[in-house]
Design a protein around this ligand. Structure first.
Ligand SMILES: Nc1ncnc2c1ncn2[C@@H]1O[C@H](COP(=O)(O)OP(=O)(O)OP(=O)(O)O)[C@@H](O)[C@H]1O
Length: 407
């Protein structure tokens, strides 16, 4: 930028007392003329300066815009690995490069290992990505130790035994499989009507084997995360590897692994890609690792057989609705903390619950408690269970009219 010449001197009026009247007048006239001239000069300079200021302002604006673009368009996504005294260790997605970086203390206080963050070209953390932007967090439910135990599950003891053998034993005693020279099942598929305890079983086996429970719902993959299904499946296995020992649980697997239909829409192609990703993840899997894979479905009949081949979901466990003894056990579990009158015979209540699932029985118990509360009582009576059953059946009837469930 060129330096502007210095401003003109301020004109001075020197009047000599010796001067004649005419000479004074002449001096004042000249002084006035100089003032007018300096004034004109200053006005010109002001005009120049103003137009220069306009130009500079335009420059500033465009630089500001450029800066904004630089700040917002070239951010990369990374995960926080560790927070140390020297800074935050992050791992960049895509190339897995680990970097020690600094972050504003405003952000650092809220960061935790596992969080996703946006970083700029020089790896400095710009923002923490909240759950809304984090599809991975939305699509998966992660529990370090789910609060379900085998003792909380009633009526499916044989299924518990099978799941322990296929999931817990390989996690806890992999050497037994090595010694005998057999591979444990690759994947365990639980199938049966809704509300029979499939999710509970998966949570319980994760809990009792001290493994992280990572759940992904197949239906959400195809409904909420359109276009992201195969990436999320990849993320799922990556996450399990980071958190092992881990139990991966894919609920409603039929949503991504249904038999191919004749009608080929683009949605089907996307679902197909998600399933292919799942199969390739399972095929490339070392069975003896510390990750076990489970899935559940209410629609076994709809599954594509490709997912049932050896090396994939090769252990099938049917989880049926409970028989009368199972129903009684489930009733006991769900009324354990309730104040139930001594004269209530749970086996008689269970006998009336033909065809009900564990989930039905859990809501029956809660509903019976509600009837007691409405009646201003603190103890639940036999009649409350009867009223609750009636209510449940009315609700079922409405549901049946709306959905035709086929299992
Ligand atoms: N066998 C059972 N013993 C005790 N409680 C049960 C049992 N089955 C179901 N429940 C109750 O029903 C709820 C739902 O069960 P869960 O989610 O495990 O069923 P699910 O088979 O996975 O169902 P869905 O196929 O609908 O996902 C449980 O939280 C529990 O309260």
């Amino acid at each position: 930028m060129s330096h502007s010449p210095s401003l003109p001197d301020r004109p001075r009026l020197d009047l000599d007392p010796e001067m004649s009247e005419a000479e004074r007048l002449e001096a004042i006239r000249k002084h006035f003329a100089r003032i007018v001239q300096v004034n004109d000069e200053l006005e010109d300079r002001l005009e120049d300066a103003e137009s220069q200021r306009e130009d500079l302002k335009d420059d500033v604006d465009s630089l500001k815009r450029e800066n904004e673009v630089l700040k917002t368009s070239s951010l990369y996504v990374a995960s926080v690995e560790e927070i140390t005294d020297e800074g935050v260790v992050i791992k960049q997605h895509g190339n897995n490069q680990e970097v020690l970086t600094e972050t504003a203390s405003r952000l650092e206080a809220d960061l935790e290992p596992g969080d996703r963050v946006a970083i700029n070209d020089s790896f400095s953390i710009q923002t923490a990505l909240d759950d809304e932007t984090d599809a991975r967090a939305q699509a998966m439910e992660i529990q370090e130790s789910p609060d379900v135990e085998y003792a909380d599950i009633g009526g499916i003891d044989e299924q518990i035994r099978e799941v322990r053998e296929a999931v817990e034993d390989p996690l806890e005693n992999p050497e037994i499989f090595d010694a005998v020279g057999v591979d444990p099942p690759s994947g365990v598929l639980l199938h049966g009507p809704p509300g029979t305890g499939k999710t509970m079983l998966a949570k319980a086996v994760a809990n009792e084997s001290d493994a992280t429970f990572i759940k992904m719902a197949g239906s959400e993959l195809v409904r909420k995360f359109i276009g992201e299904g195969s990436r999320l499946v990849r993320d799922l296995f990556e996450l399990a590897a980071e958190r092992e020992p881990a139990v991966i649980f894919i609920d409603e697997i039929d949503a991504v692994a249904a038999k191919r239909t004749d009608s080929k829409t683009s949605g089907d192609a996307e679902v197909q890609r998600t399933m292919m990703q799942l199969l390739s993840e399972m095929d490339g899997f070392d069975e003896r690792g510390e990750i076990r894979i489970m899935a559940a479905t209410n629609r076994f009949d709809m599954l594509d057989e490709a997912i049932l081949r050896p090396g994939r979901f090769d252990r099938l466990i049917e989880v049926p609705k409970p028989g009368v003894e199972g129903r009684e056990r489930i009733l006991e579990i769900h009324t354990e903390d309730m104040n139930v009158d001594d004269d209530v015979d749970l086996s008689a209540v269970a006998a009336d619950l033909e065809d009900k699932s564990g989930a039905d029985i859990a809501s029956l118990a809660t509903e019976a408690g509600m009837f007691a509360i409405r009646d201003d009582r603190t103890a639940v009576r036999r009649g409350d269970f009867e009223d609750a059953l009636e209510k449940l059946e009315d609700a079922d009837e409405v549901a049946d009219r709306n959905v035709h469930y086929q299992y």
